[in-house]
Design a protein. Structure first.
Lengths: 476, 238
């Protein structure tokens, strides 16, 4: 039976132009999504390249000045901004702390359009509480970004529904089911084979289209083979899930119009309602304090502390006698006071920052816990992880920047207090930032969960089919 | 070949078929006459095991259709009122498909021969059936029976909606099948066609087989009279 089903299902699909239409639609949509994602990544990469080259140019100029200064050659450099003064380097020559784009970053925008992907944490500023763009296109916020993740999670199920909503009901309504059922075959097996063949063709087309898109946008399969396999496994499992739903609805409802409405209702529920409810619940249970309020509180606290800078410096020098000079505090500059107050400021701000970060983390844990309530959440989380654009990635980046910021300041502090110059030989010792991605969980568990969902639906479908056959309501 | 024993089908309080006892041997055609809802199609659906009987049994070639559905189906071919084939496939492809899924494989020449024997014009063999008339589709059904070497043919109002010429052609095909010793059960509203091709004629009403004649024992006029009388009894009672 399978050979005949395979041969004639393919002939029917080709002659009805379904496969052609499906392939073209998917190719256009996926290529467009790939283009959108790639454009964002390229903008990000070029921005980073620009900043890195600016830093390099500035460093070269600085090294020239330092070299002249060390050789006693006069330069036109303003004495107040000479890089021999450590705090001038600490403030004026910051390093770039970036979260680089990965091979699959273009498949899912994730949090990358909300958070900045590079900063230049200087000795002065709020690098620990990195700014992020709060202004975004409201239409984009509503519908999300048209990237590959969006196409797979939102559009692909609609294509599956359009392709197969009447896979069984059509046979009954058209009248061919009776002729089929009068043959010595099991109708359930026949239906399963027909669904499996549709699943096969749609999966094949989707995978080919994805591979074309990846190739088109320069994805290197060799060095990113594991990510590619994970991506493909997720897509196949997700398609299988939707075909299992389609099969179940066809068996349960078995009326083309009602099937279409039921499947669309399921799509709305799984793709829109459940994720929205999970997100909303996260906000209700773990509300994040206002970012604006937090920034305003940070400023207030800083202002308050800045008024007490002399006292803070006294305390600091008491704690760090190695930095104290014989002349007391009167010769200490702004930078002495500022750097001395930074640890205290950070200490005072920690609970405020933590309240924000902790709530954000709790929200993430909540979503992680409830992600299995909807395959759409599973997929979005997995795609963001593969693309390195998840909230966890950006949280990790923020914390690494905060650590680096401190490291940068602490590098210059001894020079400042010991009144030493910054020299060309110290340049190589300057701290540099290297982002370490958090350990991501493999997608295997998520793929398995999607497969379990599919098997449950297939098994329920089988039970219902058997019951209906017993009642005689399948064929007639 | 076809036998029912006290075959009954009830839907709640409604009795669709009550204690039907018929036997159709090789080369016999039983034409079941009756109004809509008389139980003709229910009988066929029970013989095909599309629905389960409430009580009684149905047999094809001596096998209980409920207990051995897959074993009985190779022996039979079913031609419904509207034989719906796959519109994007040609006549040959449709025939190949329906035979193939049932485990029978034939060469293209053989398939052409079956269609030819069923009376389908040669130029239609490679045409998609979406352009076929009802009569042409019914011929593909007959070709299916010929290819399967079916011993039983179940026909549910196969000539309704056919033009007189096509209906006549179809009748001739059934007569040929009769000569090939096929047992046939045909549900129909057409008294004249029943009298023309049936070896036996039954009249059903409200799920009960009211009359059963040997064709030779009754004239067309008498058959028509009995049929009309049977149909009007209840109306008078009302």
């Amino acid at each position: 039976m399978f050979t005949y089903n395979f041969k004639y299902e393919l002939k029917s699909l080709l002659r009805s132009k379904w496969l052609l239409l499906l392939s073209l639609t998917l190719l256009i949509v996926v290529l467009f999504a790939g283009y959108n994602g790639k454009e964002k990544v390229e903008k990000r990469v070029s921005g980073l390249e620009r900043v890195t080259s600016e830093v390099k140019e500035k460093d070269n100029a600085m090294l020239k000045i330092l070299d002249s200064f060390e050789k006693g050659i006069k330069t036109n450099q303003n004495p107040r901004t000479l890089p021999s003064a450590p705090m001038n380097v600490a403030y004026g020559y910051p390093r770039v702390a970036a979260i680089p784009a990965k091979a699959l970053t273009f498949i899912a925008t994730g949090q990358s359009d909300l958070f900045t992907h590079f900063v230049k944490p200087s000795v002065y500023g709020d690098s620990f509480s990195m700014d992020y763009t709060e202004l975004a296109n409201p239409v984009q916020l509503l519908f999300g970004t048209f990237d590959l993740a969006f196409v797979i999670i939102y559009i692909l199920p609609l294509i599956i529904i359009a392709f197969s909503y009447n896979i069984f009901s059509e046979e009954k309504e058209y009248g061919s089911l009776k002729l089929l059922a009068s043959q010595p075959i099991s109708i359930y097996q026949w239906l399963l084979q027909k669904t499996a063949l549709r699943f096969f063709w749609l999966t094949l087309i989707t995978l080919v289209v994805i591979v074309i898109t990846l190739l088109f946008f320069g994805f290197e399969f060799g060095s990113n083979f594991s990510s590619f396999i994970q991506l493909i496994s997720l897509v196949v499992a997700y398609i299988l899930f939707w075909f299992a739903v389609v099969l179940l609805v066809n068996i349960l409802v078995n009326n083309s119009a009602k099937n279409a409405v039921s499947l669309l209702a399921i799509w709305v529920f799984v793709i829109l309602i459940i994720p929205a409810v999970v997100g909303q619940m996260a906000n209700v249970f773990y509300p994040i304090p206002s970012r604006t309020k937090m920034i305003s509180e940070v400023r207030e606290l800083k202002e308050e502390l800045s008024k007490k800078q002399d006292k803070i410096l006294d305390n600091f020098l008491r704690d760090h006698p190695e930095y104290a000079t014989k002349n007391g505090t009167k010769n200490y500059s702004f930078w002495h006071k500022y750097t001395a107050s930074q640890d205290l400021i950070e200490e005072e701000l920690k609970p405020l920052i933590d309240s924000y970060e902790t709530q954000l983390q709790k929200q993430q844990e909540w979503v992680k816990l409830w992600q299995y309530s909807s395959p759409a959440i599973i997929m979005q989380q997995s795609f963001n992880n593969l693309a390195h654009t998840s909230t966890a990635h950006y949280q990790e980046y923020r914390s690494q920047v905060a650590v680096f910021s401190k490291e940068w300041r602490n590098f210059f502090k001894p020079l400042l207090y010991s009144n030493k110059d910054f020299t060309t030989s110290m340049y190589k010792e300057l701290p540099s930032f290297k982002y370490e991605a958090p350990k991501s969980n493999s997608v295997i568990l998520k793929v398995v969960i999607l497969l379990v969902f599919s098997l449950i639906f297939l098994s329920i479908g089988r039970q219902i089919f058997n019951k209906k056959i017993g009642k005689g309501s399948v064929i007639v | 070949m076809i036998k029912t024993s006290n075959l009954t089908k009830k839907y709640g309080d409604f009795t669709a078929l009550e204690n039907l006892n018929i036997e159709i041997k090789e080369g016999e055609i039983l034409c079941l006459l009756g109004a809509n809802g008389a139980g003709k199609s229910t009988t066929i659906n029970l013989l095909l095991n599309f629905i389960a009987p409430t009580s009684g049994s149905a047999y094809i070639n001596g096998l209980d259709v409920t207990k051995h559905p897959k074993k009985t189906k190779p022996y039979l071919t079913y031609i419904p009122e509207n034989l719906m084939l796959y519109p994007t496939l040609t006549a040959i492809e449709n025939l190949d498909y329906f035979l193939g899924i049932g485990g029978k494989s034939f060469s293209k020449t053989e398939l052409r021969s079956f269609l030819g024997q069923a009376g389908l014009q040669e130029e239609a063999f490679e045409k998609r059936v979406q352009y076929f008339s009802k009569g042409m589709r019914q011929k593909v059904g007959i070709a299916l029976a010929i290819a399967k070497e079916a011993k039983v043919l179940l026909l549910d109002e196969p000539t309704s909606g056919l033009d007189p010429k096509s209906s006549n052609e179809f009748g001739e095909l059934l007569k040929n099948m009769k000569l090939a010793n096929v047992a046939m059960l045909m549900a129909t509203h057409d008294i004249f066609r029943a009298k023309e091709i049936g070896t036996h004629i039954g009249i059903m009403k409200e799920g009960v087989l009211k009359h059963h004649f040997l064709n030779d024992d009754i004239t067309l006029q008498d058959l028509e009279k009995v049929y009309l009388e049977t149909m009007t009894v209840n109306e008078e009672a009302l």
